[in-house]
Design a protein around this ligand. Structure first.
Ligand code: ASP
Ligand code: MG
Length: 456
């Protein structure tokens, strides 16, 4: 069994859905469970629509539902040539849109937009895209089985971020997913949505489809999870910034997490955690370039790897240098951390020794300085950029890694790095540059990474 999850751009139009079907088709021997997002933009439209309803703007609701229906009808008209099959799907879309309209009338009468109503409305996006895709797959001769995720994705009643009952999910998935799969079906289901024990629709929170895929994968003990999107995996750095950026072929979950924490976008690693905990490999792949290898995220760390995988940056941070007298490091640091925490400043990194302490955060520097000074902490605050370099084994003493680290530090120091933080993480090195100099630092360090990778 494998999970194939397709994001919003992969189901946005007929061309994309055709590409999806051919990707699914070639994996039929591996028993795919297909998890779909809503067509891109649909979830936003559905949330706006129910907000119109709460304000009593019935005309806007009608217009939005009309546009939603038109978009989805046009999509299946392009995909399904057989008039009988087509009219059946168009009818289903009509029923869903009518139900939505009736629901919105209820919301309009109450004049209140509750989390429950938003969950109900936004779930329609995934229900529509998966209904259409299942019908299209069937019309192309694939034995697609539509599975309503609300039958098995059991959550509590937090409507917009339901906590999933993984035990129930495992039991229910056996019946609604594994059984039909064993009978030879290709399962088509929805990401993002679930239901509580009373059957009321819930969602797992915005962007929740990857999380659904990981949860289902963990529940059925899938061999692999494929996250299909519109880029070929996770890049060594932002390709819009650095032309020589390339796809990272393999990385561990810990590295993906480090990259994301310091700014990489493609995937929120926490969403795939349920799969990683079960030792399942996750691949990030491109629907529009299906033969590209993408990025494989391995659940375990690579003890033998060397060099660097990727570089990210957080701009406009603040570097705090605390004035610390003899024997007062611990109390000054404790006091500063308390203020940072109480006032909601993030703590990105910290480096200290007796008599010295540097912290990296961001936000309003004047405000933070006042808060610290009032409580007796003297501080120098310098705006900075923070570059994070991720590698499988940056602390290894192998000759290759030592050479890589030397090249990296030389490049960083020669470009005026303010601090190099090393040793805090087995997979990351943080370099602080003066504000505005991060971009150049990133380019220089990526150059080192690129050369190292080419020389491997
Ligand atoms: N359609 C949902 C959203 O836009 C979930 C997802 O696509 O992951 O938030
Ligand atoms: Mg997404």
């Amino acid at each position: 069994m494998i999970i194939q999850k397709f994001g919003g751009t992969s189901v946005a139009n007929a061309i994309a859905m055709r590409a999806v079907l051919s990707i699914v088709r070639r994996e039929i021997p591996r028993q795919p469970i297909v998890v779909l997002s809503a067509c891109s933009g649909a979830t936003n439209d559905l949330i706006t629509l129910v907000e119109y309803a709460a304000k009593g703007d019935r005309a806007a609701v009608q217009q939005s539902i009309h546009a939603l229906r038109e978009r989805h009808v046009a999509l299946c008209t392009e995909l399904i040539p057989n008039p009988e099959r087509l009219s059946k799907v168009v009818e289903s879309i009509g029923v869903m849109c009518t139900e939505l309209a009736v629901y919105c009338e209820g919301v309009a009468l109450l004049g209140e937009c509750t989390p429950r109503s938003i969950a109900y409305s936004s779930a329609m996006g995934e229900l529509l895209s998966s209904t259409i895709f299942a019908a299209y797959a069937q019309s192309e001769g694939v034995s697609a089985v539509f599975a309503d995720a609300r039958k098995f994705m059991r959550t509590d009643d937090t409507f917009l971020g339901g906590i999933v009952d993984t035990f129930e999910l495992r039991v229910l998935a056996e019946e609604y997913v594994v059984k039909p799969l064993r009978e030879g079906g290709v399962i088509i289901t929805q990401g993002f949505i679930g239901a509580d024990s009373l059957g009321r629709t819930t969602t797992l929170g915005r962007g929740g489809s990857d999380y659904s895929a990981a949860l289902i994968g963990a529940a059925v003990q899938a061999d692999e999870i494929q996250i299909w999107t519109d880029v070929s995996g996770i890049a060594s750095t932002d390709p819009r910034r650095i032309a020589s950026a390339f796809t990272i072929p393999f990385m561990s979950f810990a590295e993906a997490r480090e990259l994301a924490y310091y700014g990489a976008k493609v995937l929120h690693p926490e969403t795939i955690l349920p799969a990683v905990e079960q030792g399942i490999t996750v691949k990030v792949l491109n629907t529009f370039a299906p033969d590209d290898k993408g990025t494989t995220i391995l659940p375990h760390n690579d003890d033998t790897g060397t060099g660097f995988r990727g570089i990210t940056m957080k701009e406009q941070c603040l570097r705090l240098t605390l004035a610390v007298g003899p024997n007062e490091s611990a109390s000054v640091i404790t006091q500063s951390l308390r203020i940072i925490e109480q006032h909601g400043y993030p703590l990105y990194a910290m480096l200290s020794s007796e008599g010295n302490c540097i912290m990296v955060t961001n936000g309003n520097d004047e405000h933070l300085r006042d808060l610290l000074e009032v409580s007796g902490v003297h501080v120098q605050i310098q705006p900075c950029d923070m570059v994070c370099v991720v590698g499988p084994n940056v602390r290894s003493l192998s000759a290759a890694q030592l050479q890589s680290n030397t090249a990296l530090c030389q490049a960083a120091l020669s470009r005026g790095a303010l601090s190099i933080m090393f040793g805090h993480s087995p997979v990351g090195i943080i370099i602080i540059a003066a504000m505005g100099e991060g971009k150049e630092m990133l380019a220089a360090l990526h150059d080192v990474l690129h050369k190292l990778t080419l020389s491997l």
